[in-house]
Design a binder for this molecule. Structure first.
Ligand SMILES: [Zn+2]
Length: 300
């Protein structure tokens, strides 16, 4: 059986996993990233992970998922909010020339969607939308088994749909995006606006919610209401049968999931509410999603 190396570039680490198309894992390895990496330091780390994985288990092709914006045609990471010194990194050319294997490339949210489609909660969905709830808010669409890329791999940026006109400032530089209200940065940012208190992470925020903290509850309610409008827009645009939530914030899904689903169902066309299903993903590793990019080409 052919084997595929999936490489997932996150804000905190670069992870490589070798799998087959059934999802059997043969090798797994990761190293930390530094948010201040230069292009060269970044490519050196990619080299280390790919080299180490291929030395352990030879693979037939490589799939890579990274934050963007990217250009899937030229294989370039244009920039990244979490690796802020990266600038037009010629990632695919570097890996191809160094390791002489076919290389496939897409953004991390698109890879997460493929991971859920093949190995997680999105299996057999006709039109699957996946929301990645982490530092930011990403989104991907897999329609009849094919991921939707848009022109260069930057489609489905649902985190940057405007819901609140002239609203809170988003990491993208504009105001009122869904991400500015429902993501780690969004929830912590809006909590800070309200209380002038800086929280360390989402866990701390949701602990306050479980303790019934008035301010945290208010910010969560606001976030749910904005996110629900964003999901409404996506549902009316692409008509999914399944919506899957993945990422760190889903650890607290019991504190917001029911309310979010109810709100969405109240504001979409009733016929859509009658069949769209929601689920928390199976935490399929991003590296599995990246490997699917490769096996789709060899064993579709
Ligand atoms: Zn934005």
């Amino acid at each position: 059986m052919k084997k595929y190396l999936g490489i997932d570039v996150g804000g905190g680490s670069i992870r490589g996993t070798i799998i087959d198309k059934e999802g059997n894992s043969y090798f797994d390895f990761q190293i930390p990233t530094n948010p201040n990496f230069s292009n060269k330091e970044f490519l050196d780390s990619i080299y280390t992970v790919v080299k180490h994985c291929l030395a352990a288990v030879p693979a037939d092709a490589i799939g890579i998922g990274t934050p963007g914006p990217i250009d899937i045609d030229t294989g370039i990471i244009i920039s990244s909010a979490n690796l802020k010194n990266l600038n037009n990194v010629e990632l695919v050319a570097f890996v191809k020339e160094t390791f002489h294997l076919p290389v496939y490339f897409n953004n991390d949210a698109n890879c997460a969607s493929l991971g859920e489609y093949y190995f997680g909660e999105g299996q057999k969905a006709n039109s699957l939308v996946v929301f990645t709830l982490g530092t930011g808010l990403g989104c991907g669409l897999v329609m009849r088994g094919k991921v939707f890329n848009g022109y260069k791999g930057n489609g489905m940026e649902a985190g940057h749909i405007t819901v609140v006109k002239d609203g809170a400032l988003c990491g993208c530089g504009q105001r009122g995006c869904v991400e500015a209200y429902f993501s780690t940065n969004g929830l912590l940012g809006r909590y800070f606006d309200l209380t002038n208190k800086k929280l360390e992470n989402a866990k701390e925020f949701f602990e306050l919610v479980s303790q019934n903290d008035k301010n945290a509850n208010q910010i969560l309610e606001l976030g749910i209401s904005v996110f629900a409008e964003g999901i409404r827009n996506v549902i009316h645009l692409v008509n999914p049968d399944k919506i899957v939530f993945v990422g760190g914030l889903t650890a607290s899904y019991d504190l917001f999931g029911k309310s979010l689903e109810e709100k969405v169902n109240q504001i979409i066309f009733p016929v859509l509410a009658s069949y769209v299903k929601f689920a928390v993903g199976k935490s399929v590793a991003g590296s599995f999603g990246a490997a699917t990019l490769a096996f789709q080409h060899f064993e579709p």
